[in-house]
Design a protein around this ligand. Structure first.
Ligand SMILES: Cc1ncc(COP(=O)(O)O)c(C=O)c1O
Length: 403
């Protein structure tokens, strides 16, 4: 039989169709910039949130030591006891509420932790209420799980400050989960203790889960982070997500976790048993080491991002037509370009074409960010400086003239 005549008629799942092309437009500028960069062009990539800093060498060594010790086998489904005890200890101290190691579950990254948590809490068609700007990565998770995003907009002019009344207004009978992110990506906006406490109580009364993504918890500048677990009076409906990608420059190690009620942790264990089946032992050993030996390192990281944030904000302020709020936390600065460009997408497109600097169009984070572009602080000053020299030149020459 001619092999060509046998046409395979198998089909792909509806899930793959929902995920197809996810976020493609948002990343188009970045993808083009990467191609040019890989081809050897001097392109400045201010569009990614992967820290340029190295994983602390002592943490790398802890991982290597663990490998040499043969820590290369299956790990317990919830995660290694020593890592969960370390995280539970940190949680207990930070929240003032006792955290049991069995309330902690380890995942290969916060993304997987969020996916797993939502998988345990929602069914197709359920609604998740989320603030915009919203971290782009949630979009794909919502699509994969076939759940409806009920977004509510925070006001750019108010620094995207959290608004409890807006969350309450967005909640409907179909709402199963409210997902918040503090400090936030992209705006670095933080939710205050009172708002977190009141939101947790409001959700609890209505049988709604409250998920809080706190992956930027250690990258704060003037005011320390307040965890949802500290703020909430009762923890029954509360799930906190954190990880080492950003704080310890460990994006590639893939290590995140949830802290929740014991019952939720048990459901998560059931779920992960059929999805990830445990995380790398040596990565977990290195993570436990990182979390117990990181005070000085984290102080240095915070200071480095603060210096970069101040530098970027100063450069933005000196460029007529650009403006920004000074973010109190996180790894990004949102620049309002509406005085000189049709929108953030037009600005980002033209900026890359004209002067080889890649920034992310704000629209990917929500409609209320269409006037913005996001600049990442995950580049050293010696990259930020020439990049902003180019941005200044580009703006001075007139954005639309470059079209
Ligand atoms: C708000 C937020 N949550 C989660 C993640 C993903 O973290 P991880 O690398 O641990 O999957 C990111 C990454 O950019 C993020 O910005």
């Amino acid at each position: 039989m001619n092999a060509k005549s046998a046409v395979f008629a198998g089909r792909f799942s509806a899930l793959t169709a929902r995920l197809g092309g996810e976020g493609g437009d948002v990343w188009a500028v970045h993808d083009r910039a990467c191609q040019r960069f890989d081809a050897g062009e001097e392109v400045y990539l201010l569009s990614v949130g992967d820290p340029d800093l190295a994983t602390p060498p002592r943490v790398v060594q802890a991982g290597i030591d663990a490998l040499h010790k043969g820590r290369t086998h299956y790990a317990p489904g919830r995660g290694e006891r020593s890592l969960r005890e370390t995280i539970a200890g940190i949680e207990s101290r930070a929240s003032g509420k006792l955290c049991d190691p069995d309330e902690v579950v380890i995942f290969p990254g916060a993304t997987n932790a969020i996916y797993s948590a939502l998988s345990c809490l929602v069914d197709p068609g359920d609604e998740v209420v989320v603030a915009e700007p919203m971290y782009i990565g949630y979009e794909g998770i919502f699509r994969a799980l076939n759940i409806t995003k009920a977004g509510f907009a925070l006001d750019a002019a108010a620094g995207f400050a959290f608004r409890l009344d807006a969350v309450k207004a967005a909640i409907t009978p179909a709402t199963r989960v409210v997902l918040v992110n503090t400090p936030g990506n992209p705006a670095g906006n933080m939710i205050g203790e009172d708002d977190l406490r009141d939101l947790a109580a409001y959700c609890l009364e209505r049988g709604i889960w409250l998920l809080c993504d706190e992956v930027y918890s250690m990258i704060t500048f003037e005011t320390p982070h307040v965890s949802l677990r500290r703020a909430a009076r009762r923890l029954d409906n509360v799930v906190v997500i954190d990880g080492l990608s950003k704080s310890h420059a460990m994006t590639g190690w893939r290590l995140g976790w949830t802290v929740s009620s014991r019952e939720m942790a048990d459901r998560l264990l059931d779920f992960t048993s059929s999805t990830i089946f445990g995380c790398c032992q040596f990565v977990q050993d290195a993570a436990a080491f990182a979390l117990t030996n990181d005070e000085e390192y984290i102080q240095g990281v915070r200071e480095e991002y603060r210096v970069r944030r101040d530098y970027v904000c100063e450069r933005v302020r000196a460029i007529p037509g650009l403006s920004c709020e000074v973010p109190p936390a996180g790894m990004f600065v949102m620049i309002d370009v509406s005085a000189i460009a049709a929108d953030g997408s037009a600005f980002a497109e033209q900026l890359l074409e004209a002067v080889g600097v890649s920034v992310l169009p704000g629209i990917g984070f929500g409609d209320n960010c269409r006037r913005h572009v996001r600049v990442s602080l995950a580049q050293p000053i010696n990259i930020l400086r020439p990049a902003f020299d180019r941005i200044a030149r580009f703006v001075a020459e007139g954005v639309s003239q470059h079209a």
